[in-house]
Design a protein around this ligand. Structure first.
Ligand code: AAL
Length: 432
């Protein structure tokens, strides 16, 4: 019969031995999936491989390794987007006569953020693109007809102080006499350049036809002086961008100005409902041009408004609204050949992020954490107008907030039910 002390010793040894076996068992079970599913078995492992396996895999599995990371949560180019209502902008009781839309990217100058945007303040609401022939000097056709470019400043990106007009409509017949809209900013060698759409007819008359003009200033507070019209000339008849060069969005990349722009094509006036949207890039060595269109344009075949930013050694873009690849973020090592980097939910419309290195000619872009956007359906259906808003996200290499890397977004059931089955289907009886 062993002594009690010997019994205690034996018990301790037994527990130690058990612990050792348990440890060994644990580590071997952790190892097992990877060592089991190898080139020999060809079975995809339980432990997610960080590299594409070197045995045959499905198309979806192969594609998983084309993204910056196989899991969205680890992907530098994936984020949720959160929205904040701005303070400081008056919308005339939301009666539809004042609209602010298509903001520029904010820039930070001497302690303040600056933005520029389309501002319409008309006696009456727009009558719509389809009735553009009835538009007058006081009746706008679209939400961005009869507009000027205004600017505002802010200390925190939430409360804004509207400062006044930056670029007004010039007198007729100068380009933009009908409307100047959708500006974006370039900072180049300490000076400021606004690129914007210059309309010479009510938008909707033949289409949303306009080329891009530019005004420049020594200070973000102006005064602004017209520096050129038709900066990105319309394409020749028959070319995809024959009718419009819109949504100018310049960044400084590889020592040059890469100005991304949009054109809707395959539409107007005969094929209005068959439109497609492409983005091109035009490259210049001076803000005054000449801008040379890239021979591979359109460089993007999905999306609507343009949002491009230097990211690592390449350029990334938010792709919204139109096309098979809408609601994605894409990346191009060369700023031209974009590939899918992530799919996103609730992305900002007309996104204009605060990108600190957009104009620094960085060789390693760091991304952004917030920016401006617009909503074009504020007010009621009868007083519809656009408002500016702020979004927050984590698309920055300098910042890490796991909250933004979650992949679920739960809306209340009301958000879904509000969509309804559509008027046509409601009118059908019996419902198919
Ligand atoms: C926007 C932009 C351009 C269009 C119109 C105003 O979202 O794509 O600017 O012309 O709509």
């Amino acid at each position: 019969m062993p002594k009690p002390t010997t019994l205690i010793r034996l018990t301790i040894c037994a527990w130690l031995a058990f612990g050792l076996i348990a440890c060994t068992t644990n580590s071997s079970s952790e190892e097992r999936p990877n060592s089991h599913a190898s080139t020999e078995t060809g079975v995809f492992p339980h432990k997610l491989p960080l590299e594409k396996p070197d045995f045959p895999v499905s198309a979806a599995t192969a594609r998983m390794y084309d993204y910056p990371a196989p899991r969205a949560q680890d992907n530098d180019l994936y984020s949720l987007f959160k929205y904040t209502r701005l303070k400081g902008f008056d919308y005339h009781g939301d009666d539809g006569t004042i609209s602010r839309r298509d903001p520029s990217r904010p820039i930070f100058v001497e302690g303040k953020y600056y933005i520029w945007y389309t501002r319409r303040d008309t006696k009456v609401r727009p009558i719509g693109a389809r009735r553009a022939a009835e538009a007058t000097d006081e009746i706008p056709s679209t939400d961005w007809d009869l507009s000027d470019i205004w600017y505002a400043t802010s200390l925190d990106g939430i409360t804004w102080e509207e400062q006044g007009i930056a670029v007004p409509r010039p007198p007729k017949p100068n380009p933009g006499w009908r409307s100047v809209a959708t500006p974006d900013i370039l900072v180049w060698e300490g000076k400021y350049y606004l690129y914007y759409q210059a309309f010479n007819e009510p938008s909707g008359l033949r289409g949303d036809w306009c080329p891009i003009s530019m005004s420049h200033a020594d200070s973000p507070d102006g005064p602004w002086q017209v520096g050129g019209d038709e900066m990105i000339p319309l394409g020749l008849p028959g070319e995809w961008d024959q009718d419009q060069t819109q949504d100018p969005h310049p960044i400084v990349y590889r020592g040059k100005i890469y100005l991304y722009y949009k054109a809707a094509y395959n539409k107007w006036a005969d094929k209005r409902d068959k439109y497609a949207v492409g983005h091109g890039v035009a490259i210049a060595e001076s803000p005054f041009g000449p801008f040379e269109k890239h021979p591979l344009n359109p460089v993007m075949q999905s999306g609507h408004e343009t949002t491009y930013f230097p990211f690592k050694e390449g350029v990334a873009t938010l792709v919204l609204k139109d096309g098979n690849e809408r609601e994605t973020i894409q990346f191009a090592e060369d700023g031209v050949n974009f590939k899918m980097a992530s799919a996103v939910s609730l992305p900002p419309v007309a996104a204009a992020p605060f990108v600190p290195d957009a104009f620094t000619n960085t060789s390693y872009g760091k991304g952004f954490t917030w920016g401006m956007c617009h909503f074009i359906n504020a007010g009621t259906p009868n007083t519809r107008h656009s408002i500016l808003a702020r979004f927050d996200c984590d698309l920055s290499l300098d910042y890490d907030e796991p909250f933004f890397k979650k992949t679920h977004l739960w809306h209340s059931p009301e958000v879904y039910f509000k969509q309804g089955p559509g008027k046509h289907r409601i009118d059908q009886n019996p419902i198919p």
